[in-house]
Write a protein that binds this ligand. Sequence first.
Ligand code: SAM
Length: 520
Amino acid sequence: MSLRKFMHKRNKYKEEPNFKQLAILYPGFRKIAVTDIAGKVKINFKDVESLKILTKTLLKHDFNLDVDIPPNHLVPALPLRLNYILWIEDLLNHCGIQDLSTVHGLDIGTGAICIYPILFSNLYKTKMTCTDIDPKSIISATENIEKNNLQDLIEVILIKKESILKEALEKNEKYSFVMCNPPFFETDKGLGKKSKQEPPRNAPTGNANELEVKGGEREFILRLIEESLEYKHKIKIYTTMFGQKSSLAFLRNELTKKRIFNATWTEFCQGFTKRWGIAWTFEPKSELDLTTAPVIRTRAEVSKMKKDKSMEIVFPARKNLSCLNEVVTALKIWITELKIKIKEIQLADDDYPCWACQLIGYNDTWSHARRKRRMAMRQEALKKRRVDKSESSNEIDKLQNDESESTESEIKSVESNEPLLVCTLLVGEKSEHVDDSGDNDEDDSEEDTNNEKMLRICMLFESGTGGKLSLETLRQYLVNKLNIRDFFHKKNPSKPNKKKRKRKKIKKDQSLVVCQNKEL
Ligand SMILES: C[S@@+](CC[C@H](N)C(=O)[O-])C[C@H]1O[C@@H](n2cnc3c(N)ncnc32)[C@H](O)[C@@H]1O
């Protein structure tokens, strides 16, 4: 499946480049262009030379940049590079920086074209410093910078392998962001491993120095995280890209282990490849909250959530909750009342209308909500009555003791600065829908009898000190708010509700006593 529709919304390559126009305008491109029997102009993506000319032509046509790509070096695919750049722009905007000409960025492992710095300075006049350990890449990068007259904005540093950030931070005290496209593969395994997989759609480019590193991308990024702990606020936003899906969970886990909670991740989707990005900061959340920054997460996430039936609420549409919009509006009100942060997620899923967000709760405002409400009402009533001074002061003391007990455990989680619950919420109308895997989504349609319109809220636990239990209690809270307990009990008549079970138990106990009395 093409991932083009999940590209960043401002990525100009969301629309396929017009190859016919490029062939007319650029003789170099014309040489590699072929016209198929339907009259469509194409190029051979399995040919390295064609890829090189495509990148050079697009840089000229879309950015007025002239570059040389030395032989046997990585040919940067522009849609991915732009996706990463636009995400960084989003993160900077999110922390209040709208004018990117005022910031200074750092690009680790810039490569022979110096692709990220030349695009950043071309697009936004951003000041960039870039590093690499490969002297040949540094020479070529410098030539490309000078060719485009960008030497006032970009400085290049040849660094030693040992440290990732040290030398760049010796040159400049502070950076607004750091970006990095590290070598993906483990030394001596990378290129070999690649050949065992399905043949790549595009010709592989790049040499072992560019693509391989000891320990692979994980080791490299772990080193970057370690070093970030040393330099902390010297860089406002730390980011990196990576190429293996399995690294996502690993790296997020590593950040959590190192108690770096102000972090986020995104997907970069282009053509038929997906890459991932993570970002973290040591700034206080009051100034820069990355957990609420814009991200792109595609349907794989959505499908996963839809398959996880354990944490979902399915209920029939009804007055005031008759469609997706009404449910989302109600949820937003209830969740805001609970002082849970809502971070909307852009899903870019045109086929399945749904709304998704990440919820971040620091305080358990949803457990025992009824008890808390009752307690508040009693306290209010007591204050009003003020009849017997001694009696009421005793009772008020008792209530205050009760309250302080219940809030103490909550305060602990608030003070720890670590969220109690981070979860993803996906809300949609439960309609006939075939997902990516080809599974029909109506497999479990036991609940939607009588052709009633059904709505669905899926909840996926991400992290938090409260564990999955806190998600379950939040689910219970929403079930109560939606007032759909009766619907559940109608569906499962064999399982009476709590009140009925209690009544049944009392009846049973009473009849037992009667029997015992009779026996006596
Ligand atoms: C995958 S290439 C990325 C090139 C370019 N940034 C791009 O996206 O097309 C990785 C680059 O990192 C460089 N590199 C490897 N180890 C490094 C280190 N410790 N510090 C800086 N650069 C490093 C390599 O020489 C190579 O140019």
